[in-house]
Design a binder for this molecule. Structure first.
Ligand SMILES: [Zn+2]
Length: 146
């Protein structure tokens, strides 16, 4: 960590303290060159954790949600602005659920929205997301619209 007073690159940590939840660390640092002391805070930036089908956990990435929806529309029938708004709305709804959600829940949320917006995008997303085991499953989904 660079010294904010003299820009020396290597400063020493003289004290580390976790907050009560253990989610952030406060460090007192000292610059060996100018002897100034300053404080830094370290914390994780993960806002949302996704539990995959496999049980693995990963950090939620809004870009991934956005590109999934974008490719469901296939570059048609949705403006950049509409896409951003849609992604934000879905993200808000997901976050209401808590700090950890199942990937399945995210998929269902997306499908809920797409179903109201665009039949083709809905079916495209569903075909990827629901991992249809065979064609008849897909045909059942299509039949819902007819
Ligand atoms: Zn310094």
């Amino acid at each position: 960590m660079v010294c904010p007073f003299c820009n020396t690159e290597d400063t020493a940590v003289i004290d580390s303290r976790k907050n009560s939840e253990g989610t952030s660390v406060r460090r007192r640092r000292k610059c060996p060159k100018c002897n100034s002391r300053f404080t830094t805070y370290e914390k994780t930036e993960i806002e949302l954790i996704v539990e995959k089908r496999s049980g693995n956990l990963e950090e939620f990435q809004i870009e991934k949600l956005e590109s999934g929806i974008e490719s469901a529309f296939g570059g048609q029938d949705i403006t950049e602005k509409q896409l951003k708004t849609l992604v934000e709305n879905i993200y808000k709804e997901i976050k209401e659920k808590g700090k950890k959600v199942k990937s399945k829940f995210i998929g269902e949320k997306v499908l809920q929205h797409l179903k109201e917006m665009n039949e083709v995008a809905y079916l495209r997303y569903a075909s990827v997301y629901k991992e249809f085991s065979d064609v008849s499953d897909f045909e059942k989904e299509v039949a819902e619209f007819n």
